[in-house]
Ligand binder design. Structure first.
Ligand SMILES: NC(=O)C1=CN([C@@H]2O[C@H](COP(=O)(O)OP(=O)(O)OC[C@H]3O[C@@H](n4cnc5c(N)ncnc54)[C@H](O)[C@@H]3O)[C@@H](O)[C@H]2O)[C@@H](O)CC1
Ligand SMILES: [K+]
Length: 228
């Protein structure tokens, strides 16, 4: 089994996109569909917690499918949507349009945008914590291979709420807060029931203590040729 560092994974993604011409949004959609395979559908209340990078973009795509399937979906976006870029922005914009033109048989889609840096009202934060705590399934898409520093403030708050929730937790690529290279938390990390890691397992998962965070680990290809 090939294990990769975050840097190696970034380079593999780059080659797939630039050298082979596989559009980033195609890779993201593949990631979304592969993650969806592992999300139980026998519950009603789903929450996706998304960060502002591509890991968040994967989560936003998952939220779209769950809503289209008729689930009640809440999306908690950590960071201003104005900072979203590229494929994550595309997926966010689709969700916003869906929330404005709802499925008449399924009114339940809510987008909670939190800005962090002490600019959210306590009421809004309490609401977001409550949504996370009451969810039956939570998709963790805050950070993947792009985590670069200690998890603090709003991010720490949300990871802690997520860990306190009794809902079933699926992490996208890497449990948020876990350093994919060392397998150690950067301050705090999500304790998932299942982690769907994309294309290759990350070297940090060879550290036995990472199991406490990843839960069951599954590796899913996102159609990147394995020899690149
Ligand atoms: N084209 C690609 O590169 C693909 C990426 N994919 C997904 O994208 C992920 C990597 O995406 P990115 O490189 O955008 O990185 P991430 O989405 O993992 O995280 C980056 C974001 O988090 C912020 N950040 C980092 N550390 C932070 C901290 N401690 N506190 C607060 N904010 C922090 C960064 O400023 C940035 O906005 C992968 O794990 C995978 O899930 C997949 O969609 C497949 C295709
Ligand atoms: K994640």
């Amino acid at each position: 089994m090939r294990y990769v560092t975050a840097k190696e994974m970034r380079e593999i993604d780059r080659k797939a996109i630039e050298d082979y011409g596989i559009p980033g949004i195609v890779l993201m959609e593949n990631a979304v569909l592969k993650v969806l395979k592992h999300i139980p559908r026998d519950r009603d209340k789903y929450t996706v917690i998304a960060g502002a990078g591509n890991n968040g973009g994967d989560g936003l795509g998952v939220a779209r499918y769950l809503y289209i399937e008729g689930k009640s979906v809440s999306v908690v976006l950590l960071g201003s949507s104005s900072k979203l870029k590229g494929d994550a922005k595309t997926n966010f914009e689709i969700l916003v349009r869906l929330s404005k033109n709802k499925n008449p048989e399924n009114e339940e889609i809510e987008i909670i945008e939190l800005f962090g840096e002490n600019s959210d009202s306590e009421e809004k934060l309490e609401h977001a914590r409550g949504v996370v705590m009451e969810s039956e399934v939570i998709v963790d898409a805050i950070f993947g291979t792009g985590l670069s520093s200690e998890v603090k403030g709003l991010y720490r708050d949300m990871v802690e709420s997520l860990n306190q929730s009794k809902g079933y937790k699926v992490s996208v690529d890497i449990p948020s807060g876990l350093n994919g290279d060392s397998g150690e938390p950067m301050g705090v990390a999500v304790k998932a029931d299942k982690t769907v890691t994309l294309q290759y397992p990350k070297v940090g998962f060879e550290n036995p203590s990472s199991k406490e965070y990843t839960g069951e680990l599954v590796v899913e290809s996102i159609s990147i040729p394995p020899w690149i």
